[in-house]
Design a protein around this ligand. Structure first.
Ligand code: SF4
Length: 911
């Protein structure tokens, strides 16, 4: 530690601290522009460019930049001497001499650091004449306006784009007065549009475009909440005016994002106030509604809540009476809060009397929940995304992290670029992450388990195992060892297409790491062998002992914002909240006592089984009615035509949503729910972190919070639900699931807490299994490679794989209603390798027909070597070219997950 004096005040700070940082810690003001007042993970490097932070050091005749100069023992600093203040003022005045004086109409007025310093130093006149050239404002992209005249060349955008994002969209060009922050070849800005540059710009040089109205930062209400898109769970501030969300800025402290966002969280939230909020195209424009809709004589009409709820309850009672409670199924929502998911499953179980409740985790990480539960004991991420920075070796498989979990990917890039972590990427496509990889394993879709067994084989052969760990903490090792014996690198090369030397190298990197971590996505789970592949991943961690420590583990990156929470809340057919089993009499008794009802002891149907059962030949086993909250299975489920046929056959389809989705169109009744910005509650992100969601605007029109809709339905059907606030519902959850008992609303007011957190003085758990496994010993599983259910042949010669794009989310109901995002990426394309395209005579952007045994779509071709020969890729966000028209509805036997990542297709050019 170093002792210094600043303005006579004695301060002790760690060695290496700069004078500016030391002053900030002691609440001593030093002006600054190019330095970020930020202590979190994503702080950029020191630049020392603006020179407004000059201070005097006793005994040093020259003033020094306090952002750059580190403290030294017994240093005595003066920040407010006459000389220091005069020079600081001069520097600010010089910057202002080149700056336009249009503060009154500047977007940044009231939040501009330069304006603030001018105010603090009382600068009214300027003694200097600026010499910078005037440049035209750039306003060509849907998100960011660049006003070059307002740039003070602090370089914060340049450093953020390079050091935090690894994108390098900005650079300096020119010298002297001609110096300019610009882009490569001074072209228009074209990048990921994460908006990080806007958030760090201290002036109005880079500002975001407003899509829902107007309002500057100082006259907006600020509400701290959580992004409503993906499972990273970034903390955001919503800037609200006139009940509209105008802007979004990142939370600096939230450990999910540390002051960063992606394009969806930053610019894609204007769907909240979109005029389509339950607009039915067939209704007249003036009938644009947020009221319930009831289908009468084949068309929707607006009705009041009383009529809609009476209809729903009457029909549910009739169907239950005639066919029994198990004829009704419910799909809860990974976009809804924990409290809503909890009440939804409670409604299905306690009020209807069935365990037929599920949600979209079925089609993303249900194999993780089951597989990790079978091998380790808990079906959640073992560690945290922060652990990227603590690993020596990171194995990413089946995850296009930069596009699907963009902010988590920033930690991954930082680990590679700054901490020297070795990165192994296994993916059929040459995804962006490959640029950062030490080694890329380009496997054929559907061959994950063969590759994983091959890696295990090499590690075993080369002694890269942790025998002590295996002996002390695991079981079934011998069966596993016997099973991987035949997976030599030579065989695995044949099965997967990955050269054997890469397999060996990757195994050595992960096996010899001090701390090796595995992160994976739906490239692993969306297969008929999804659960087995998760088991094979767990095998790798167990044989090396890369688990139960920081920087290790087996980590599924969860897709939707609250998919972890929806699973945790028991929106699953076989478990109550907290994974307490439906067929365990003790668990059932616990919930019967708490809920005051007798519960159905038969586990329910999975969502994919519910859809199939509607069309089952045995009339008696049919699902007759479905209640779907916040999901759009018609687009998200495999085999569109099959799903459509099933939904059409239902006696009752209730859809609760914020938009008139493709599924809503098929409903008998539509209940208008609200967006994440209109409700209170909690979400659980991929790190198992319970975080507070806060209401920023009041529900639009007659729409109601989903929590209230469930309560109203339950009341009418005759079951008294917890009628309190979201906090009261959370307290009920805490009383029934020990892993969150210690997490109260007041404890997560500022930052979330990771479960398990059993008591109110427990800090939460960053990583699992430090003290052993909940199932006693972790279990190895012998996993045999099984090819995909449908392989290419002469008739259908290509493998289709599907996935996400950076700019869009899930079935596009939200991102496609964001003005900027839909302008930037208006449509999906099928990616095809240049050799395949050449063979078929397909030109870039030519419309082609992609055909599988289940359906066909027309879509433009993107000719790119991102995909290997024989493989085509289609994103699943676009209803007009729905990838799930083509995908295969064959299921994983454990998790009932469909094979969305691999099926056979052909491509036709004769349309
Ligand atoms: Fe939102 Fe996910 Fe983007 Fe974060 S990474 S801003 S949670 S979409």
């Amino acid at each position: 530690m170093i002792n210094i004096k600043i303005n006579g005040k004695e301060i002790t700070v760690p060695e290496g601290t700069t004078i500016l940082e030391a002053a900030r810690r002691a609440n001593i003001f030093i002006p600054s522009l190019c330095d970020e007042d930020k202590t979190s993970l994503f702080k950029t490097s020191v630049f020392g460019g603006c020179r407004v932070c000059l201070v005097e050091i006793e005994g040093n005749p020259r003033l020094v930049a306090s952002c750059y100069t580190q403290v030294a023992e017994d240093m005595s600093v003066k920040t407010d001497s006459e000389r220091a203040k005069r020079i600081q003022r001069d520097m600010i005045e010089l910057l202002l001499s080149d700056h336009p004086n249009d503060c009154l109409t500047c977007e940044k007025n009231g939040a501009c650091r330069l304006q603030e310093l001018a105010y603090i130093y009382g600068i009214k006149e300027n003694r200097f004449t600026g010499a910078r050239r005037s440049e035209k404002t750039e306003d060509v992209n849907p998100f960011i306006v660049r006003e070059f005249d307002k740039c003070i060349q602090c370089g914060r955008c340049v450093r953020a784009c390079d050091e935090i994002r690894g994108v390098n969209a900005y650079c300096f060009a020119g010298r002297g007065f001609n110096t300019k922050v610009t882009t490569l070849f001074d072209s228009v800005l074209d990048c990921e549009f994460c908006g990080n540059c806007v958030d760090v710009c201290p002036t109005g040089s880079l500002t975001e475009k407003m899509t829902s109205g107007y309002g500057r930062i100082w006259d907006t209400k600020k509400v701290e909440t959580i992004c409503g898109y993906c499972g990273v769970g970034c903390g955001i501030t919503l800037h609200v005016r006139d009940n509209k969300v105008l802007k979004v800025s990142p939370s600096l402290e939230n450990p999910s994002n540390y002051g960063t966002l992606c394009v969806k969280g930053k610019f894609g939230l204007d769907f909240i106030n979109h005029p389509d909020r339950l607009t039915v195209p067939s209704l007249k424009k003036e009938q644009r509604i947020t009221t319930p809709l009831l289908k009468k004589n084949g068309s929707f009409v607006e009705v009041g809540w009383e009529e809609a709820l009476d209809f729903v309850v009457k029909r549910l009672k009739e169907i239950k009476e005639e066919y029994g409670p198990d004829s009704i199924g419910g799909l809860s929502s990974a976009k809804c809060t924990n409290e809503e998911n909890y009440l939804f499953q409670k409604f299905m179980r306690a009020a209807i009397g069935t365990n037929n409740v599920d949600h979209c985790a079925r089609l993303c990480h249900s194999p993780s929940t089951i597989g990790l539960g079978m091998s380790l004991g808990t079906g959640a991420m073992t560690n945290s995304t922060d652990d990227f920075l603590l690993s020596d070796a990171i194995f990413v498989i089946g995850s296009n992290t930069i596009e699907a979990h963009p902010v988590a990917a920033l930690k991954l890039k930082k680990a590679v670029r700054e901490k020297g972590a070795k990165l192994i990427v296994a993916d059929p496509r040459k995804i962006e992450l490959v640029k950062f990889a030490t080694i890329w394993l380009p496997l054929q879709p559907g061959t994950n388990s063969a590759l994983l067994n091959g890696l295990a084989h090499v590690m075993l052969n080369e002694g890269l195992i942790n025998s002590e760990f295996i002996e002390a903490k695991t079981e079934n090792y011998d069966a596993f060892k016997a099973a991987i014996g035949r997976y030599t690198p030579e065989l695995v090369e044949k099965l997967t297409g990955v050269p054997k030397d890469r397999i060996i190298k990757a195994a050595r990197i992960y096996g010899s790491a001090k701390r090796g971590s595995i992160f994976y996505g739906m490239g692993i789970t969306q297969h008929t062998t999804g659960t087995e592949t998760v088991l094979a991943l767990a095998n790798l961690a167990l044989m090396t002992g890369h688990i139960g420590k920081e920087g290790t583990g087996v980590n599924p990156l969860r897709g939707q914002n609250n998919v972890q929470g929806a699973c945790d809340m028991g929106a699953l057919p076989n478990v109550y909240p907290g994974y307490q089993k439906v067929d365990d009499p003790a668990a059932r008794k616990k919930f019967e006592d708490a809920w005051g009802v007798s519960l159905n002891e038969k586990p329910g149907l999975f969502s994919t089984e519910m859809i199939n059962s509607v069309l089952a030949p045995d009339e008696k086993k049919h699902i007759r009615a479905m209640y779907i909250m916040g999901e759009n299975p018609l687009i998200s489920d495999p085999d569109y035509n099959h799903t459509k046929k099933a939904l059409t056959k239902l006696d009752l389809l209730i859809v609760q949503d914020i938009f008139y989705s493709d599924t809503a169109e098929m409903a008998h009744v539509v209940l208008p729910g609200v967006s994440f910005a209109e409700k209170n509650g909690t979400y659980i992100n991929t790190d198992r972190r319970v975080q507070r969601l806060r209401q920023a605007i009041t529900p639009l029109g007659e729409s109601r919070e989903d929590l209230d809709i469930i309560k109203m339905l339950s009341e009418r059907i005759g079951y008294k639900m917890n009628n309190g606030s979201s906090e009261a519902v959370w307290d009920e959850i805490r009383s029934l699931w020990p892993a969150v008992t210690g997490i109260t609303y007041s404890r997560i007011e500022k930052l979330g807490i990771q479960w398990p957190c059993p008591t109110t003085d427990h800090p939460g758990t960053k990583f699992l299994y430090k003290d052993g496994f909940p199932r006693g010993r972790a279990k190895f599983h012998a996993v045999e490679f099984m090819p995909s259910a449908e392989l290419p042949d002469d008739k259908y010669p290509f493998i289709l794989t599907t996935g996400r794009l950076l700019f869009h989310f899930h079935t596009g109901t939200m991102t496609r209603r964001s003005k900027g995002i839909s302008a930037a990426v208006p449509e999906g394309n099928v990616e095809i390798n240049p050799t395949d395209a050449g063979g078929l005579g397909i030109a870039d952007m030519q419309v082609v027909k992609v055909v599988s045994r289940r359906g066909e779509i027309k879509i433009k071709a993107k000719v790119t070597d991102r995909v290997p020969k024989g493989v085509v890729f289609i994103p699943f966000h676009f209803a007009e070219a729905a990838a799930n028209m083509l995908t295969n509805n064959v299921l994983d036997p454990y998790a009932k997950m469909a094979e969305l990542k691999s099926c056979a297709v052909k491509i036709e050019t004769n349309l």
